[in-house]
Design a protein around this ligand. Sequence first.
Ligand SMILES: NC(=O)c1ccc[n+]([C@@H]2O[C@H](COP(=O)([O-])OP(=O)(O)OC[C@H]3O[C@@H](n4cnc5c(N)ncnc54)[C@H](OP(=O)(O)O)[C@@H]3O)[C@@H](O)[C@H]2O)c1
Length: 244
Amino acid sequence: MSAFRNAIVFGASTGIGAELVRNLAKSGVKVAAIARRKALLDQLAAEFPDSVLPVVLDVTASSDASQVLSDICERLGGCDLYIYCAGIMPRVGKDEYPTTSDLESIDVNFTSAVRWLNAVALRCQSLKSGTIVGISSVAGDRGRRGGPVYAATKAGFTVYLEALRNRLAVQGVRVVTIKPGPVSTPMTEGLSKLPLIITAEKAASLILDHARKGTAVAYVPGIWKVLMAVIRSVPQAIFQRLDI
Ligand SMILES: NC(=O)c1ccc[n+]([C@@H]2O[C@H](COP(=O)([O-])OP(=O)(O)OC[C@H]3O[C@@H](n4cnc5c(N)ncnc54)[C@H](OP(=O)(O)O)[C@@H]3O)[C@@H](O)[C@H]2O)c1
């Protein structure tokens, strides 16, 4: 079990990311909280003035990620936990193929995850230490009707994280893939009939347990491991008739 000293959370202003920051700060970890909405980050920093460093940043902005990362780590006094939690899930109607918002999802959920975690991987590789956590989703396990591109970004992110883990294990770096089921956050606000939904606080606590243990792939909560095994085993001919 690792006890972390310093952490960076990408996508920290609301929902799961904000609760990850709160949980870490409460346990004495110094955290850089990254997102675009400054007022929300400032509120978090006001809750934990000695522990939370607000960093206003759009993860999709093209910048020298390695340099920005290195500056943030220097301000923290080092970093041993990096969590990519930034994500968007625009609503998609059943007959819509909204290319503009689809490309935005790909940018935040996948392209920018690669931009920042490649920089993190290089840093961890040279330090021969660190824990990298990616917040993927159960949605990436199957191509449901509901959100083709959101699901595809999470499937891609899951495979990217697996490859990072396989590369970095020899350097002593741990890569943890988290696949949450439904969590009550601004992302899921207004969506009806979400099964087994949990609070963001509970999700953050479970995620950090897995980060400390260095679990390779974790469904959150664990019941989703069983449910997704069943869902993955449904034959295509039946799956395409299900309205999920
Ligand atoms: N809620 C669920 O049921 C659920 C289930 C499975 C997986 N997930 C995943 O969990 C992660 C967190 O989601 P959530 O439910 O907590 O949603 P949320 O409350 O909407 O949080 C999303 C976070 O991502 C940040 N973000 C979005 N675009 C960004 C950008 N361009 N630059 C920097 N930060 C950006 C947002 O901050 P700003 O808008 O302030 O920039 C916010 O802090 C996502 O990756 C999501 O796909 C969620």
